[in-house]
Design a protein around this ligand. Sequence first.
Ligand SMILES: Cc1cc2nc3c(=O)[nH]c(=O)nc-3n(C[C@H](O)[C@H](O)[C@H](O)COP(=O)(O)OP(=O)(O)OC[C@H]3O[C@@H](n4cnc5c(N)ncnc54)[C@H](O)[C@@H]3O)c2cc1C
Ligand code: SF4
Length: 532
Amino acid sequence: MSESMNYDVVVVGGGPAGLSAAIRLKQLDPNVSVCLLEKGSEIGAHILSGNVFEPRALDELLPDWRDRGAPLNVQAKNDHFFYLTQNHKFRLPTPPQMNNHGNYIISLGALCRWLAEQATNLGVEIYPGFPATHLVKNDAGQIIGVKTGDMGVDKDGSPTELYQPGIEIFAKQVILAEGCRGSLTELTIKDYNLRQPDSPQTYGIGFKEIWQVDPSKHKEGLIEHAIGWPMDHKTYGGAFIYHAENHQIYVGYVIGLDYQNPFLSPFDEFQRFKSHPKIRDLFDGAKRIAYGARALNEGGWQAVPKLTFPGGVLVGCAAGFLNVPKIKGSHTAMKSGMLAAEGVMEFLNSGHNTYNELLNQSWVADELKTVRNIRPGFKWGLLPGLINAAIETYVTRGKSPWTLSNHKDHESLSLATESKAIDYPKPDGKITFDRLSSVYLCNTSHEENQPVHLRLRNPEIAINHNYKLYDSPEQRYCPANVYEIVKTGSEPYLQINAANCIHCKTCDIKDPLQNIQWVTPEGGSGPNYGGM
Ligand SMILES: Cc1cc2nc3c(=O)[nH]c(=O)nc-3n(C[C@H](O)[C@H](O)[C@H](O)COP(=O)(O)OP(=O)(O)OC[C@H]3O[C@@H](n4cnc5c(N)ncnc54)[C@H](O)[C@@H]3O)c2cc1C
Ligand code: SF4
């Protein structure tokens, strides 16, 4: 690449949303020039998802996907939904949103790699290993492109012999498809006041492991979800177990980042879940082959910001289109990308971007509006949340005349002095593990001698506020052991092991005073997920 480049459209992020937008643009007009930037070392390297995939948007984007060999190999067969107590497992009726008839158990990373091939064949220029680090604006304050990160800068910010300056990529429209809690997306939402102050986005942290299990215990196509233990009734969370191809199992856990107890460790809760007496048998004699974590949106329709800004649009989980009761956002991400492409094309032709209108009239809006009150109802606890969900689903059917509000996740922690410490069992190294051996499976890499990409806006807050009031919750919510309180001298200090980071974005979300800012590190850094 040269030092500046010009395109009609630049897409930031090579997930399902960004790739679908790029493909649709080229389908609409093969002559439009489209560039897509991805911070991972390759497409799919930073993709982590369950994933039970609803093919509705893919059917619309590439109706002949079967003939083209899309990696959708396992049809969903049975859905099971459980409530767990410490020792027992009770089967509950499967809520309609969790009926997966017609869906597929897939690796979303593999689907993204396949989508990237389709995009490349249509003429989209894809650059993995190139994070967009800055928005480029003109004097009128309009976004006219993005800048990629400098390479070969040492941790003090000085150029090394490997220095390569970032590239300015100018475009008539910028599509921000960075996924949940995108760094440029957050700046854009703030700069252009895209979010109403009373409509905050809320989040969960999701873990996933892939296990190679005993074929006699594997039931290809089986989809299991569980609520209850080990979560207490005040904390939103649940597990998934998907029986994928090749005798692999995708097991994961999602915990709402509005949890209150600063001693809660989402990672250890996930490990504990696997040790349940009615679950652990699945993992006996099995081998864990992958681990990862990523934040996901939980705010629903009422947390979706304005989708257009001067110079571009927000798509996918950058905007927040995840359907929480379904735990699915890939299909809505794809559809929003496709609609954004149509809106952007209209802008290129007539100067008016129609994306907001198109999205509001689409099935994405219908789907998210119908379930909008389900997740917020769990702020009252598990049982009231379930009752509210049943009323919304079976009685008012999403047409309640009210809309429940969301809250800011970083304001939810109770003080350490008012909270109960949690004594997590030691990992057994067979079914349950520690963080470090888990992170090892992410193949995460960051050049050590680069500026720290986890910035403390005010370094003193780490000890004066977080440590003193909350016993430094970042030690526990980070799934990769990045944050450690070290007590060598008389005063404790916060050590940041940035090289371990797996780009989940939880610290950017949950830090009580929003003191941690996650920025993109050098291109190609971060996890290298194979089949997540
Ligand atoms: C644990 C878990 C389970 C889930 N289960 C399911 C499921 O079963 N079914 C389902 O449909 N959905 C599921 N989801 C949700 C689904 O993964 C997301 O909705 C979907 O991935 C969103 O797509 P996206 O393209 O918007 O963002 P992402 O998939 O997050 O992709 C964004 C891409 O942009 C890149 N990027 C970010 N910032 C930059 C930058 N500045 N420069 C360059 N590149 C950048 C990232 O590296 C990434 O590759 C799950 C999510 C989680 C976390
Ligand atoms: S440092 Fe932040 S973004 Fe990185 S893994 Fe830990 S919580 Fe996630």
